[in-house]
Write a protein that binds this ligand. Structure first.
Ligand SMILES: Cc1cc2nc3c(=O)[nH]c(=O)nc-3n(C[C@H](O)[C@H](O)[C@H](O)COP(=O)(O)OP(=O)(O)OC[C@H]3O[C@@H](n4cnc5c(N)ncnc54)[C@H](O)[C@@H]3O)c2cc1C
Ligand code: FES
Length: 279
């Protein structure tokens, strides 16, 4: 699939919390930008707060003149983003990366999202959802969950506090919720499993799928310097043969990878940019 990449100067339209830990950023685009679920944008503030390196964020939605993101404050760049006000300028290079696939005939899909891994799978659900597909989200606690975005998702929380009246949350890991629901429904699959979230979730979901012989695709969140194949700072180990492993650039070949091809024993989130805080 070929999508044209745009380097645009956008304007903040809305920027604020959707839960205790997550913020939503909506930017006004100077032109429509199409994307496929799983693709991402490299963002930077324009003006005095501009950083040396842009930061990668999955695209939650892009319609007409607006593109949306969900994010958590992790360090300097995201803190600066959280302080951006309506009208502030944001440089946006998008869409980037290889997306999650569109559904395959006959094979139902299970989505497993954790925390800020929600945007690509929320976009997939909004675009492709069919009867029989299942969506699961895992959050830290009920305060951390963006309930308004998850009307028809099954939700799990690590800690049972903050779950609003009328909503239900499983106490435990999102992969355990998924396994429990499948067992209760007597569902034997096969399903295609699509996953985005922290590395422990990617591993657990890959194991869940592998144990059942189901295909599984994971979106990795490696540190990225450029987002389009120049800095080589985003590599992940991918198996090529029996014992051979090569480095794949997750910004171009990924961020979505076949979980069975990732060399999980060599997989870690190493700092890409010389191990230092980025500019
Ligand atoms: C393809 C892709 C899509 C992403 N989508 C989203 C998204 O939709 N929403 C969102 O909130 N975040 C997303 N991230 C992660 C986001 O890019 C980082 O949180 C952000 O770059 C941190 O920048 P910072 O300057 O605030 O933090 P820094 O000061 O650079 O780092 C602060 C802390 O965050 C850690 N960190 C930095 N980058 C990452 C990373 N890529 N993954 C995990 N930990 C990291 C650092 O190790 C450090 O502990 C995505 C990353 C990738 C590669
Ligand atoms: S982020 Fe620069 S090569 Fe991938």
């Amino acid at each position: 699939m070929v999508t044209r990449r745009w380097d645009l100067l956008t304007k903040v339209r809305r920027n604020g919390p959707v839960s205790a830990g997550l913020l939503r950023l909506d930017v006004e685009l100077p032109r429509p930008v199409s994307f496929a679920p799983g693709q991402f944008a490299m963002l930077n503030l324009a003006g005095p707060a501009e950083m040396v390196l842009r930061r990668p964020f999955s695209i939650l939605a892009s319609e007409a003149d607006e593109m949306s993101f969900l994010y958590r404050v992790a360090g300097r760049g995201t803190a600066l983003l959280a302080a951006a006000r309506v009208g502030d300028r944001v440089a946006c290079l998008a869409p980037l990366g290889t997306p999650f696939p569109a559904p395959t005939d006959g094979l139902p899909v299970i989505l497993l999202a954790g925390g800020v891994g929600l945007p690509p799978l929320h976009a997939w659900w909004a675009r492709y959802r069919r009867p029989g597909d299942l969506a699961f989200f895992g959050g830290r606690d009920g305060h951390d969950v963006p309930w308004d975005l998850l009307a028809d998702w099954r939700v799990s929380v690590d800690r049972g506090v903050g779950v609003p009246a009328g909503r239900e949350a499983f106490a435990g890991l999102v992969t355990d919720l998924c396994a429990q629901d499948l067992a209760r429904a007597g569902a034997t699959g096969p399903y295609q499993v699509l996953v985005c979230g922290p590395t422990p979730l990617l591993r657990a979901a890959a194991a869940l799928a592998a144990a059942r012989g189901w295909p599984c695709l994971v979106s990795v969140e490696e540190h990225m310097g450029c987002g389009y194949g120049v800095c080589k700072g985003c590599v992940v180990p991918v198996r090529t043969g029996d014992d051979e492993v090569r480095n794949a650039m997750s910004c171009e070949e990924g961020p979505v990878f076949d979980a069975s091809l990732l060399a999980w024993d060599r997989f870690q989130q190493a700092p890409a940019v010389a191990g230092k805080e980025r500019g």
